[in-house]
Design a binder for this molecule. Structure first.
Ligand code: NAD
Length: 517
């Protein structure tokens, strides 16, 4: 079976007036579903719990988006057992059938794109454009991994020894535990899940408690596309207890995690223990945080650099693992850069993310807002506040875009992931020092360099130690197929989602040599 070559899903342009009414209608339709109750899905069995978890609209927290069950450790054990039982069946389904299910998922999302966009706007606080990018990426992951799975099923022929037939095949691993974050609630959840499923594994998905309704919509989509209910479970509403029970389960074969550094390290540690009866070393794929830097060189196009930093720092309120939270600016252009950046940041519109004109919406929760505001207080003692530094008006979890200048590269706000609209700016004497500051981090996810000097760009290619380097452009917005995504050091295991090697993490190679007569 051959699929047409992969192309990225085009974005709907919401600056065109003709696209606005359709999105407004989708928002109204989704709002009409607000407050509905959703069950847990344990291998096709719908379950309720006494305790409920409520998800709210971060732009207007009095609005309840969905009411969810609170998954328990018993649900976790049952889900892993069910996945373990079904694995032998699912692993034998021809890869072509599984790949076609992913293509079907992509078709369904495309047909109902505004509806998915609207759920993201209202449950995760993404603006229209950010929601559209997330939903389009979900389409891309389905289409891309469908093609990669077909490739993996037909590996390069082996060297044929005389008198032998030599083969190499990939087998699925078993039961996978999928633990995604809330910040790409459709793309990352679906990408992680379908990558494991298409390669023949069964999965238990434990979504973030912040975005359970979107997770439910993703699970519904998988069922509609033909994935058997027994091949996966959806354990919404379960926090660390459920997550840890899943990770520790001896029948779990691998864990695919995306989230913060601390949770990733905890999972890695738990997964390394071998409970009685476990017959394998669990594989951990962990994509974690970032403290991503943009270097603005003396020979940069300054306007381009300002816009690159602005978008990378404040798009989706800085809540991307790839967000620019450190700008390192050459002393010769430092004052001019800061003045321009301040003007641009102060022109950004902020408010409810369902209003098309807003460039920034809310942060995800009251807890996130309080944590970010606490970091801003730390920042006031570590740098010079240039703009922002406080909540923005409205009932939602709004924070003004905040910039600190003259920050010491060893300062906490220059080293720790804040995950909000807070940018720390440091001055560098020259390009050498700028590179040194950029690499002086335990993270290594994304980075960018703005410079017209070819030698400096060449040095950055070799010496800027990040998994995703961008030159003369923003450091967010990795595209499936073009920018395989994943970071170094404490940013994770460098799994390179959306790249040609990603699926290899969910299979094991088997070599077969047959003696011929
Ligand atoms: P988080 O680490 O708080 O949570 C991630 C997931 O882990 C959630 O589903 C959560 O419920 C679960 N979890 C929490 N504690 C657990 C435990 N003890 N055992 C098992 N599971 C547990 O992260 P978040 O706030 O959802 O997401 C933001 C973080 O994710 C940021 O650090 C960001 O940089 C990172 N991120 C990384 C990438 C990447 O590709 N590297 C992409 C997106 C987000």
């Amino acid at each position: 079976m051959q699929l047409p070559p992969f192309v990225n899903e085009p974005y709907t342009d919401f600056t065109l007036p003709e696209n606005v009414p359709a999105m407004q209608a989708a928002l109204a339709a989704v709002r009409a579903e607000f407050g509905a109750e959703y069950d847990l899905m344990v291998a096709g069995e719908f379950r309720q719990s006494a305790e409920k978890v409520v998800s709210v609209n971060p732009s207007a927290p009095s609005e309840i988006v969905g009411v969810h069950q609170k998954g328990s450790e018993k649900d976790a054990d049952d889900a892993v057992d069910a996945a373990y039982r079904y694995f032998p069946t699912w692993s034998k389904v021809p890869v072509e059938n599984r790949a076609l299910m992913l293509v079907r998922m992509a078709e369904i999302i495309r047909a109902r794109k505004f509806e998915f966009d609207a759920w993201l706007v209202l449950e995760s606080g993404k603006t229209w454009a950010e929601a559209e990018a997330d939903v389009s990426e979900a389409v891309d992951f389905c289409e891309y991994y469908a093609r990669q799975a077909l490739k993996l099923a037909h590996p390069e022929p082996m060297v044929q020894l005389s008198g032998e037939r030599d083969e190499f095949v990939y087998l699925p691993l078993g039961v996978g535990i999928i633990i995604p974050p809330w910040n790409f609630p459709l793309a990352i959840l679906l990408g992680m899940s379908v990558a494991a499923l298409v390669t023949g594994n069964t999965v238990v998905i434990k979504p973030s408690t912040e975005t359970p309704t979107i997770a439910w919509k993703a699970a519904e989509l998988m069922l509609e596309a033909g994935v058997p209910a027994e091949a996966f479970s959806l354990l919404n509403g379960g926090g660390p207890e459920v997550g840890e029970a899943l990770v520790k389960n001896p029948k779990a074969r691998f864990i695919s995690f995306t989230g913060s550094r601390n949770v990733g390290l905890r999972i890695n540690e738990l997964a390394a223990k071998t409970p009685p009866g476990q017959r394998w070393i669990k594989r951990v794929v962990a994509e974690m945080g970032g403290k991503d830097a943009i270097i603005v060189d003396s020979e940069a196009d300054l306007d381009q650099a300002v816009m690159g930093v602005l978008y990378s720092a404040f798009g989706f309120q800085g809540q991307k693992c790839s967000a620019c939270s450190r700008a390192i600016v050459d002393q010769s252009v430092y004052d001019e850069f800061l003045a321009k950046l301040k003007t641009q940041a102060e022109s950004l519109t902020i408010g409810q993310s369902d209003a098309v004109q807003n460039y920034m919406g809310p942060v995800i929760s009251a807890a996130a807002r309080d944590k970010i505001l606490a970091y801003i207080e730390v920042g006031k003692g570590e740098g010079k506040l240039i703009t922002g530094g406080d909540k923005a008006a409205g009932d939602g979890f709004f924070i003004k875009p905040t910039i600190f200048a003259d920050v010491n590269p060893k300062a906490r706000i220059f080293q720790e992931e804040i995950f909000g609209p807070v940018l720390a700016v440091a001055k560098a004497n020259d390009f050498d020092e700028a590179l040194h500051f950029a690499n002086d981090s335990e993270y290594g996810l994304t980075g960018a360099v703005f410079s017209k000097n070819k030698q400096k760009v060449e040095r950055a290619r070799r010496e800027f130690f990040v998994g995703n380097l961008y030159i003369n452009r923003k450091c967010t917005g990795a595209m499936v197929g073009a920018h395989p995504f994943g970071g170094f050091n404490m940013s994770g295991t460098d799994s390179k989602a959306g790249g040609p090697d990603y699926l290899l993490q969910f299979v094991q190679g088997k070599s077969i040599a047959e003696k011929l007569n």
